[in-house]
Design a protein around this ligand. Sequence first.
Ligand code: HEM
Length: 403
Amino acid sequence: MSQPALSVRSLDLTDPATFIENDIHEFWRDVRARRPVYWHEPTDRNPGFWVVSRYADVQSLYHHDALSSARGNVLDVVLRGDDSAGGSMLAVTDGPRHRSLRNLMFSAFTPRVLGEVVEKVRKRTGELVSAVLEMDTFDFAAEVAEQIPMNTICDLLSIPAADRGALLQWNKMALSSGHADSSELDALSARNEIVLYFMELAQERRDKPGGDVISMLATSEVEGRLLTVEEVAVNCYSLILGGDETSRISAICAVLALIENPDQWHALRTGEVSYESAVEEVIRWATPGIHLARTAVEDFEIRGEKVRGGDIVTLWNISANNDESVFDQPRRFTLSRSPNRHLSFGHGPHYCLGAYLGRGELRALLSALVERVGRMELRGTPRPIYSNFLTGYESLPVHFAGR
Ligand code: HEM
């Protein structure tokens, strides 16, 4: 028996439980059809905000001059008040300063730097996948997916090998505030340690620059002045914030989707679909960051709704990426999907700076699986992430048999 349609107003999008307890895709189908732009009523803890669900609207609002990222780009942060990094961290900076900072960071990602990093990713991923072939049941999240993104970012920033253990440890603590055995205070102090670590490194490389990304940031001017060491540090940290969980979740999602869709695993193994197209579908299917938030800086209208300056506006990538007017049978995992202009990396001025690396990591994973693994089996229930910003799984018990 089919479930009754969910009411547009019935789900609290500020509550992580909403995304676990409901058929969220059915909810978004209903929203796109009946109230594609609606006002989410305030809750006892939070003010109200706009919800935008259709592909065309989400895509166009990513470019809208009346929307700012400076108060934060994640709903929870914007609801709590201003993002403390606003105006200094790339993702939460607007206008000409954002453009200058972005050009600078982008120019540090030279083809030589990226080429070397992707080659290391390929080698590391191959070794990790080979190692798990020896195991019976293992957690793909812990043994493989978790090992790739932070090491990639460390390679990108030329973090000395001796410092990586501490950085990985702080990052784990910084992420674990939602878990029962750790506090928000532990997470905050771990985040401070990371910023302090990058400040020291920024100072060292400002004094003695090399050819790496941190040296470039530490010695270049934005709008006529050098970045402060704090600014260099928060932007180094922003690469971890932007590139760690998103890539990890996509890798976990890739393996689960291939296990659940054996025809697609077959198509990948036999070369019926290209890696490029498979990577895009994995990223659409995963949509790790399900929404992005903005704040209106002036009034504007969308689909007859009047948004006022100061209102919070949320753009739901997870809905846009499953909009049936753009994607044929969106709830089918189709590695050959073409065109596949998903919004998982955002769109417009803040389009993901690490998209090339994110794609490179997934491509390395898919080719390591094809080259080394014969059969993949699910050996338990994957544990979902508890969040209203990220979606996916944090553990995936599986078994891989070698070719
Ligand atoms: C921005 C997703 C990988 C660094 C973004 C945005 C999205 C996104 C949706 C737009 C944010 C906004 O508009 O407010 C993803 C996904 C990834 C991924 C799905 C993996 C599959 C990476 C990696 C890095 C990275 C590997 C770093 C090495 C960044 C940065 C920004 C950004 C610095 C801010 C860009 C700006 O504001 O101009 N990412 N990302 N991301 N991402 Fe990624």
